[in-house]
Design a protein around this ligand. Sequence first.
Ligand SMILES: *Cc1c(COP(=O)(O)O)cnc(C)c1O
Length: 361
Amino acid sequence: MSRANNFSAGPAILPVEVLEETSKAVKDFGGLGMSIMEMSHRSKEYDAVFVETQNDALKLMGLSPVDYTVLFLGGGASLQFLMIPYNFLSGSADYANTGAWSKKAIKEAQWVGNCNVVATSEDTTFNYIPKNIRWNADADYAHFTTNNTIYGTRWLELPEVGDVPLIADMSSDIYSREIDFSKFSLIYAGAQKNMGPAGVTMVVIKNEFFETKATGKAPTMLNYKTHIDKGSMFNTPPTLPVYIVGRTFKWIMRQGGLAAIQEMNEQKAALLYDYIDANTDFYRGTVGDKNDRSIMNVTWNLPTAELEAKFVAEAKARYNMTNLKGHRSVGGCRASIYNACPRSSVEALVSFMEEFMKDNK
Ligand SMILES: *Cc1c(COP(=O)(O)O)cnc(C)c1O
């Protein structure tokens, strides 16, 4: 199988082993004479897949199923922007505005109730993570985006919010590094960046947080209670995407878990950042503070927009490197190097960058 050097921000590259397992299961699952897609979500065989995936989600986070519940929902991370305030915002909530996705989350919270934007980096096109933030001690919860997919920044340290329940959108860096997941009351992530295909969103809720803080006011499908009470099977879950997420979890475990994954991700990111930093007269990283730099989405500029377009086109034509164009809202270049992106693709990119600089400087 010939593979592209795929730097897509999402839907994104998946491990080949996961694709191979999935292609088998799409034809026949476990010798049952039917595809994983053709089975009842209530069959005992599918239920086993589903529950194991929920358990593995927590195992990778070092969390216990006694304390946390895992939901697999539709609607993308974007629906969580609304479900969270619907279920937990009664007084006021704190939000950090660190990028386009944070902003969308804030918009939905404002629609529901009182939302305090306690920090923002919008003044400089979100090219840093705000520091020394004063979170409100009486907020219903504090919300932030762990990794800013479009701007190439990430929170190195978790925000210090005291006893306020912490909520994070981890769509673009979940399972990319070791984090103290026990600090969170709710974590959510669309699958299509680092876990699987589009079509499923994972929500991990701390039971105690839900039991003590839920407003109980949301309509049926937007109410976490509906999904918690029915083991995330109130209605038909996205069965194939959940299966694929489950295979990705096993793949992460085979790599050695999050510590090993983090090590590989940091090395891949360093290849790119070190090269950019050594060639600042041609390539300019967009994120100033090195601690703020994402290890999932690496962003940089070339001297002109024309050169950037040429760079993207030649990378594709010469080496089948795809999706190196920055997000349409910011331009420039971006390489998304999620867990499944092999080191060889990053090495190929660095050597192309050198080639391109020699030809065009
Ligand atoms: C991609 C992305 C989203 C949007 O996810 P959908 O599943 O398309 O709604 C939200 N937050 C972050 C950080 C993302 O990278």
